[in-house]
Each structure stands twice: as structure tokens, then as C-alpha cells.
Design a protein around this ligand. Sequence first.
Ligand code: 13P
Ligand code: SF4
Length: 307
Amino acid sequence: MTHVRFKDDLGPRIKELKKKRNAVILAHNYQLPEVQDVADYRGDSLELSRIAAKTEAGVIVFCGVHFMAETASILSPHKKVIMPDAGAGCPMATMLTAEQLRDLKQKHPQAVVVGYVNTSAEVKAELDVCCTSTNAVAVVNALQNAPEIIFVPDKYLADYVSRQTGRALITWNGFCSTHIKILPEDILREKKFHPRAKVLVHPECLPEVVAMADAALSTSQMGKYVKQTDVREMIIGTETGIIYRLKQDNPDKEFYPASERAVCPNMKRTTQEKIVQALETMQQEVRVSDEIRRRAIRAIEKMVQIV
Ligand code: 13P
Ligand code: SF4
């Protein structure tokens, strides 16, 4: 007879180490279930940065991707921010360097520069204002007097914001390599299988996909939408990891991934084992230099002011 070996639940060990280190565990909504299960807080990029700024804990264990941990370090310079796997990066964030942005700014000296939070700290240091997918439309709407607006790096989020606000935006050729895997035919197929379902997509999706959706929402906005609606079935057009949380919070509703291929490999690098290791060794630290931090925080504070 073959024995099925279950993975050890390291939850109790993590709890013990968290206490010893005075640490808090933050996990993005796309993280593996085993990571979400041991997190103190789950959320989208905006919610997690707010929690990072407010927490009393001396150590933040960031389970997400590198730019999110950097943002936590920018907001909480006196705290130690560690990532269980600092190799978890966001491909979109690497599609725009600070030098490339400086060149773009030189070509449009009048423009106000809005940057998605999915950027490196060096790029944030070049921005006038930061935004997340939750507040990108509100941020651009607040810039009524700007003669021109640069919006980087995600061309698809820029397209969505431009349609919502009626503003022409100067964009960059960045995109999310996971969200572009969701295709119009995926939505058509799922709608055929689930004709009563609402279609919710992330604004990082292709414009053709966004056009077919009932709503384009950030991950936290999806969480709220799903709780409030009377509709019981939802086709979810974003990274599939969010479905674990949606189902936990709404056990009476059904969620269908628009595409099983929408998996962000970087978001899946963090595991319970790596969290234990991070808390034992207090590695791998993510720290932003003071010079960059001072410049980058202005753009984040401007965003908070606006929204
Ligand atoms: P949210 O801010 O909506 O959680 O999005 C973060 C992200 O990386 C989306 O791909
Ligand atoms: Fe980056 Fe896309 Fe992964 Fe989000 S889902 S972290 S935007 S690659």
C-alpha cells in the first residue's frame, strides 16, 4: 500500500517564531493558500502598504513580490522588511528603468508623471504621484490642471484609466505577463458554461477582455463586489490565487477562473518553509537607500493625499 505524505503544517512553528521576532506576516491576495493561511493580513498592494505603514511590529515578513516589500520599506524605514524569497519580482516592474523614465520626462517636460505602484523604488523616486489599481482613476481625475499626463508602466491599465477619465495619457510599453494570458475566447467560453455568472476582471487585462467584463476591479475591489452582490456565480479574470480567498469569504458563491493559465509564477515562490527560514535567519532583507526613499515617498504621500 502506498502512503500519501501530507506536507507538514508549519503554522505552529511560524506562530512561535513570529512572537519571538515581534513580526507581522503580510500576504498579497495572489499568494498560495498555505501562505494566506499563516498571514496576519491579506490584501491588495494598497491595503498591504497601509498596514505596513501602521503596524507596531518591528519586523514585516512580506509575502508578495519585490516592489511591494520595497514600498513597505519606504513607508516604514525603521522596520526590518524581509521577504521569504526576494527573487520574487514583478516582470512588469522591470519593464521600466529610472533612466528610461528620465528620458521620457525630458521629451514631455510639462507632463505630470503618474506611476503604478508596480515599479521599482528608483522609478518611484522619479514620479510626481503613485497609484494602485484601486485608485488609478481617482488619481488621474484629480490632475485636472495638468497640461499632460505620463502614465507608466502598464499600457493596459493606462488604456482603462484613459477610457474612464476621458484623458489622453502618455504611456509606456509595459504589461503584466500573467494577465495578458486571459484572452477574449476564455471569457466567451466561460460565459457559455456559466451563463448566469458576472465577469470580473483586473484592469491589467487586455482591453478586449476588459470590454467584455461586467466590472474591472483591483483585487480588494473584487473582494468587496463579490460580498455585496446578489449574483451567486462569478467568472474571475485575474491571477487565480485570489479564488481561494473569495471562496473562503463567500462559501455560498461559485467562482470560475477565466483562465487556468493566469498564474503569476513569482507570486507562487513563497512557501511556509521559506517563511520559517526567513524568521529563523531574518533574511532576505529588502531595504531602500535613504536618498531614493526620500524622493520615492513624496509620490506615495501625494497618492494618499489625493485619495
Ligand atoms: P492589486 O493591487 O489589485 O492587488 O494588484 C497587484 C498586482 O500585482 C496585480 O497583478
Ligand atoms: Fe506583476 Fe502581474 Fe505578477 Fe502582479 S500578477 S506581480 S503585475 S507579474
